[in-house]
Design a protein around this ligand. Sequence first.
Ligand code: AMP
Length: 457
Amino acid sequence: MHEVQTFSELDLIKPIARAVAEEGYETPTPIQARSIPHLLKGRDLLGCAQTGTGKTAAFALPVLQRLEKSGGRKRCIRTLILTPTRELAAQVADSFQTYGRHLSLTNTVIIGGVRQRPQERALKQGPDILVATPGRLLDLMGQNLIDLKHLEYFILDEADRMLDMGFIHDVRRIIDMLPKKRQTLFFSATMPPAVVKLADRMLTDPVRVDVAPQTRTAERIDQTLMFVDKGNKPKLLEKLFENTTICRALVFSRTKHGADRICNRLTRRNIAAGVIHSNRTQNARTRVLEEFRMGKLRALVATDIAARGIDVDDITHVINFDLPNEVEGYVNRIGRTARAGRDGKAISFCAGGEFECLQSIERFIKQKVPVDRDHAFHSEDAANGLENGVPAVSPGRQQGRKQARRARQDRAAGSRPARRNQERQCANTRRSKERSMGATPVKNRRRRRRRLRPAGK
Ligand code: AMP
């Protein structure tokens, strides 16, 4: 098929073409050009693309068009989009709203971490499009609050991340409950065997579209590497924020506690900062993201999982306070800046223990990240993979070593974790049996005896 070059060649209906023009889109991105013509004809699609490629419009535009052409608003769910994170769900729904603003179709978001009642009320209105994360969707399906028998379009977004986050069983259960006759679109940034297997199960004779390998995304981003000792990272971060061109920075931490610590420290230094990770409530995550989007925060500190789906167009800087464990993670992170044709800066801190990660990243992106040696906290030790003068251990290996040490200790003590769990389970069963027979559980009996014992005995 000839590849389209302009939106007018895509044969979009007027209200959608108008919304696209109002968004300022001039030409379709490669994934849009390659998939929209097939999707408008009703084909299934296997799209290998990451966020930032324009993939949301690639599926939203044809789905909106087909819904509109086949009768418009019908007060029943005809489209389901499944996303791994709540933020991504909200953004996908926003996109449907934007591209469909001149149509009468409606959409609803179903995500966990927030009250169920408002979602129930929205479902009663019979939205045409439902954007959901798997857990809450299954919950509501289990309560018979969602009827999917009129479903015509099913989109699985970021399938690889779904698998990484352990949603595979939920996804399979949902798929089994969908009508067999439907158009299915499957998107994933990477295609490991488990993802391919899932796609095979869901798709019928799909068109396959692969767009720009991730490595290319890095080219427009001005990347810098700073070698620094682990203990000096917070000071270096504060120093960076003295630079006023850092207006909207996304700071990545490997752990949730680390993210909290960074945010607290920045706030103490009067740098407006927020934090987003999976331990925070959904309302807190939504609020902080909104403040970041509106420019009220200079820094948003995030972990990788929480940052998935953060789509803020004018992030000026991505700062890797810790390097990611996965090489693809690096490209994903820095791809949050330099979006929608803008330029962006990515600054990565590298301590001695992260030297191996850095080497893998540089192999993956096929380039050396330029090093800034002129900053106040430059460490030659870190640049040589050393910590306190001795070869450092990478965080991944540290974790492995901890596990091995625990297993050794368990073996030496003759109590394997499985046996410990079994013992704990037996004790719980015994206690609940005792309780059901009206007896005071042994543990409580002992406590009571201790309380009743005269002092000093
Ligand atoms: P996505 O990959 O769907 O997360 O989209 C990434 C960003 O690209 C979003 O901010 C979109 O608004 C923007 N975008 C999508 N399609 C186009 C286009 N054809 N031209 C310019 N920007 C676009």
